[in-house]
Design a protein around this ligand. Structure first.
Ligand code: HAX
Length: 441
């Protein structure tokens, strides 16, 4: 395989380092116990069971996401910039290698990705042959899966490539997928909600601005520079959130069977589509719009509190609030709030987001059961998209998905590089769990 971009060389070096580290950890501590598992954890969605490895990012309950050890503020500060915002692919470089790239390295990667953007005609045909009212996430997962036939990884595997080298064709596939994901997403947007006119990638734009341009949210073929800034930051913020969340883990799990990245990411997207996960962003915006409609504008605080209490009493969750790991306001939410403040956004949806922040945490605290009463990323992301005229909220999870592919691919390349085995945890019938619990085991 031709190593055409310096990222491959950098990866060769780091992969070697990871392998040594992984091997030595296994040799030194392989038989060491690191945790006990309670019945409540087994029956409670495996919360906090330390059973997975993820080098790409870590979610601290109180500090939030760290990408390769860097906080959101550090990432925004340190990554090379285009028009005052970090290059999106600079983040992918960081997720893959663990190193902040130089401006030259990122620009080289941006150029390399552009060569791979062209969408095969059959992918467009797959989408065109799907009813336009098919959920955008279904279309996105289908388009990704359709490209499986092109997997360099699958071809290399069946041609007998050594396990040690499989991360290289995996990275090739990931580059192709990263290049095409925004093109596919933008086409899904255009055909589902607008005029079915396919806006071609613009080779003069960086990855984030190009995606913004292809979405053409104002239908005027003029790039809104603030919207491009939003998309750059949006793609960075949603990229990864450890290995245990539904989409990341589904993707990782599928790939552990040596399924290629198309199978793996398509599976991950199906998990992201759930309302308790990535679709919470659509749900949150829908909920905000319902409130605005119900009150014919921004409601007084006391009426809003009453409305929320009624919503909870009807057995529904408040979308965009709560988290399985976080115990503070999600720093990704704060990054969007800062963006909205810096750009002086003050439409009704943004005002509603601010008002909900004032009232919802106390209401959730008062239930006595919600572990994290604070807003998560999905509590703000939809409102900023809506502000810039991306109003079709069913599409928001696709936006999330385009970004999350960066994290999923980085995790899978890492797994193939260190030779992570097929995942196969043990499942037990409840009767056996009771027997084990009674024995105190
Ligand atoms: N509104 C109402 N009730 C909530 C709640 C919310 N926002 N968050 C948690 N709860 C409830 C749970 O439903 C649970 O109730 P029951 O015991 O009656 O089942 C109880 O509080 C304890 O839950 P928890 O331990 O605090 O939360 P979990 O780890 O079980 O669930 C969720 C985490 C994110 C799924 C949850 O907070 C939720 O449903 N939030 C709303 C949906 C949402 O915003 N999801 C996006 C999360 C971020 C993400 O993954 N983005 O992709």
């Amino acid at each position: 395989m031709k190593l055409k971009v310096s990222l491959f060389q950098r990866m060769e070096d780091v992969v070697d380092k990871w392998r040594k580290e992984y091997k030595s950890v296994l040799e030194s501590y392989g038989e060491q116990t690191i945790a006990d598992v309670k019945v409540s954890q087994v029956l409670g969605g495996m919360r906090d069971v330390p059973a997975l490895v993820c080098e790409i990012s870590v979610v601290d309950p109180y500090e939030g996401i760290k990408f390769r050890g860097y906080s959101i503020d550090e990432v925004i500060k340190l990554l090379p910039k285009v028009s005052d915002f970090p290059y999106v692919l600079g983040l992918w470089y960081l997720l893959l290698t663990g190193e902040i790239p130089s401006k030259d390295e990122v620009e080289e990667l941006e150029e390399y990705i552009k060569i791979r953007e062209r969408l095969p005609k059959y992918v467009i045909e797959v989408l065109r042959n799907t009813p336009a009212n098919t959920h955008p996430m279904t279309q996105f997962a289908m388009a990704i899966l359709a490209m499986q036939r092109e997997s360099v990884f699958a071809k290399s595997y069946y041609e007998g490539m050594s396990k040690r080298d499989l991360w290289k064709p995996m990275l090739e596939d990931c580059i192709n997928l990263i290049a095409r994901a925004p093109v596919i997403a933008a086409y899904i947007y255009r055909r589902t909600y607008r005029d079915d006119v396919f806006v071609k990638p613009n080779e003069n734009l960086d990855y984030g601005a190009n995606f913004a341009n292809m979405l053409n949210v104002n239908d005027d073929f003029v790039l809104d520079k603030d919207f491009a800034d939003l998309i750059r930051i949006y793609l960075i913020l949603h990229s990864d959130h450890e290995g245990g969340n539904v989409s990341a883990h589904t993707c990782f799990n599928i790939s552990s069977a040596l399924s290629d990245i198309y199978y793996s990411v398509a599976g991950g997207m199906c998990g992201l589509a759930g309302p308790l996960h990535g679709n919470a962003s659509s749900e949150s915006l829908r909920w905000i719009l319902n409130i605005l409609k119900f009150f014919n504008g921004i409601p007084p605080k006391d009426k809003l509190i009453e409305y929320i209490n009624n919503h909870l009493a009807s057995g529904k969750v408040i979308p965009g609030f709560g988290h399985a790991v976080l115990r503070v306001t999600d720093p990704r939410y704060t990054a969007f709030a800062n963006f909205a403040k810096d750009k002086k956004l003050d439409s009704d949806v943004i005002k509603m987001v601010r008002l909900l922040y004032e009232v919802v945490p106390d209401i959730l605290k008062a239930t006595g059961k919600v572990k994290d009463p604070y807003p998560n990323v999905d509590g703000h992301s939809g409102a900023v998209l809506y502000h810039y005229n991306l109003k079709e909220y069913d599409f928001y999870t696709v936006m999330f998905g385009v970004s999350r592919i960066m994290g999923m691919t980085a995790q899978v390349v890492w797994a193939r590089a260190v030779g992570f085995p097929i995942e196969r945890p043990k499942s037990l019938p409840i009767k056996t769990i009771v027997e084990l619990a009674q024995k105190g085991k």
